[in-house]
Design a protein around this ligand. Structure first.
Ligand SMILES: Nc1ncnc2c1ncn2[C@@H]1O[C@H](COP(=O)(O)OP(=O)(O)OP(=O)(O)O)[C@@H](O)[C@H]1O
Ligand SMILES: [Mg+2]
Length: 313
């Protein structure tokens, strides 16, 4: 069948059934398809920004061994918001952890911005994560001793080396965007679950990352806040040219997705065809030319701690 944009391509019966299975409360005929309503249409870009090849990860031994991710390949692109969906236990979080540099695969390769991610030293890896990646996980993993604003300032000061004044300005602006201006001085214990999740999202977005990895980012949010976060993720992809990967069961995200990947039993099942997306100027990846963050290895070590804290598997 020739390529058709997702919204015009008739869905096959098997696909509709599959999606209806994931969203049991939807009748198949009412399932939304990814659309272009939230982004301009331009030529499809070529090279993947992040690519996984033959990825495999197992846990345990003998009878108790589980192959969480089994020979999975995937390609992810700048300017795209991609959803990764599938039943509980299908391997989504494990795959996300491997392609984002948090969990070493047993087999396979991850190419991130043209670099072999798992072939780097620990320090290079941590620098890569600090400079290019943001993570949003359900557990939030905020620093208990820091206020909402300080959580964001820390990322900016240590990650980008911006001045205290600039960090405060950007942190305040981002918290305002997420409706948290009045909570900026509160620590995690004083925030509700949804507020904590929004602070974690603000912390991920304030960094203006190239690669965003989100595991159920809207699960603790009500309709209005969830909608706002979805729009911000969409903006990160389409206005800031980020690659955004979101593991989710939230049907509201379908409307904003450029692509939808489905996993089951550790394998990638189906993939919506890529729709045309806007391609901003595509500068060459700068990873190897990047200077070390100010403060050298100590700062990198902190980044490892910070990102390590975000792993909620
Ligand atoms: N550290 C671990 N040790 C042992 N088994 C693990 C570990 N992490 C994941 N698994 C197993 O790997 C499989 C995939 O887990 P994963 O967390 O990737 O699923 P998921 O698709 O993210 O599920 P959910 O939607 O419930 O979050 C599961 O069977 C899980 O029990
Ligand atoms: Mg998971």
């Amino acid at each position: 069948m020739p390529y058709l944009p997702a919204e015009t391509r008739p869905r096959k019966g098997s696909e509709r059934k599959l999606m209806a299975g994931f969203f049991g409360w939807f009748a198949p005929s009412t399932l939304p398809t990814p659309n272009h309503a939230h982004g301009p249409r331009m030529p499809v870009q070529s090279a993947p920004y992040l690519e996984g090849r033959h990825l495999l990860k197992g846990f345990g031994q003998g009878d108790t061994r589980t192959v969480a991710v089994n020979e999975v390949a995937l390609q992810l692109y700048r300017n795209e918001l991609t959803l990764l969906m599938g039943p509980s236990g299908s391997g989504k979080s494990t795959l996300l952890a491997m392609i984002s540099g948090l969990l070493r695969p047993d087999q396979g390769q991850v190419l991130a911005m043209n670099q072999d991610l798992w072939n780097r030293s620990k320090v290079e890896m941590e620098r890569f994560r600090l400079q290019h990646c943001s993570y949003i996980f359900q557990g939030c993993n905020l620093f208990p001793a820091l206020t909402a604003r300080q959580q964001l300032e820390l990322v900016l000061r240590w990650g980008e080396g911006v001045s205290g004044r600039e960090a405060r300005r950007r942190a305040t602006e981002m918290l305002e965007q997420l409706g948290l201006a009045k909570k900026a001085h509160l620590r995690p214990a004083q925030l509700s679950g949804g507020e904590k999740q929004r602070v974690a999202i603000a912390r991920a977005l304030v960094k203006k990352p190239d690669l965003m990895f989100c595991d159920e980012p809207t699960s603790a949010l009500d309709w209005e806040n969830g909608q706002q976060v979805i729009q911000l993720l969409h903006q990160a992809a389409h206005e800031r040219s980020a690659m955004v990967l979101v593991v989710t069961h939230d049907a509201r995200l379908l409307e904003y997705a450029d692509r939808i990947l489905h996993m089951e039993d550790g394998r990638m099942l189906t993939e919506e065809p890529r729709k045309s997306v806007a391609v901003a100027e595509e500068p060459e990846p700068q990873i190897l030319q990047m200077p070390a963050p100010q403060g050298g290895p100590r700062r990198v070590a902190l980044s490892g701690l910070m990102e390590g804290m975000t792993v909620g598997f």
